[in-house]
Write a protein of this length. Structure first.
Length: 141
C-alpha cells in the first residue's frame, strides 16, 4: 500500500509526462490510499484541462469514467478533524498550498504519525519535499 497524491493519480486519467511512471507504480502495487477529497481535486484537474483546451470533451468523459473505476478500489482517509489539525501544523512549517497540506496530513493520519519508510506517491515537488521532511519514503516520476 502507498498513499497517492492527486497530482500522481491524475496522470492515470489523462496522458501526461508522468503517466508511464504512474502506470508502472500502480502495477507494482495497486493498493491505493487517498485523502477523502482527492476525487474532488482530480475532477477539478480534469475539468480545468478541458476548459483550457488541453483535453477534448470525449477525452474528459473517458477520464471521468477512469476516475469512477479507480475510486471504487481505493481506500480513503476520512478523519477530517485529525487531518485538518495536522494540516494547520504543516502549513506553519512547509511552503504548501492548503490542498497539499491536507493531502500530507491525511498521509500522516494514515500512518499514525510514523511515516518512516511508508511510500507516498506525488508528482508535486513542494509536496515531495515536505513529505520527505516529515519522514515519508517519497516516490516521484
Amino acid at each position: 500500500m502507498r498513499f497517492w497524491d492527486s497530482s500522481a493519480l491524475v496522470s492515470l486519467l489523462v496522458e501526461e509526462e508522468a503517466s508511464p511512471w504512474c502506470r508502472d507504480l500502480l502495477r507494482d502495487d495497486g493498493d491505493i490510499c487517498v485523502w477523502l477529497l482527492t476525487r474532488t481535486e482530480m475532477v477539478s484537474a480534469v475539468r480545468r484541462k478541458q476548459r483550457n483546451g488541453e483535453l477534448g470533451r470525449g477525452h474528459a468523459h473517458e477520464a471521468m469514467e477512469r476516475l469512477s473505476a479507480l475510486a471504487k478500489s481505493w481506500n480513503e482517509v476520512s478523519a477530517v478533524d485529525s487531518v485538518r489539525d495536522r494540516a494547520d501544523r504543516l502549513l506553519a512549517v512547509h511552503p504548501l498550498r492548503a490542498a497539499d497540506a491536507l493531502q500530507l496530513a491525511a498521509a500522516l493520519v494514515l500512518v499514525q504519525e510514523r511515516p518512516a519508510d511508508f511510500p507516498l506517491a506525488t508528482a508535486d515537488d513542494r509536496l515531495a519535499d515536505a513529505a520527505r521532511s516529515e519522514g515519508f519514503l517519497v516516490v516521484t516520476p
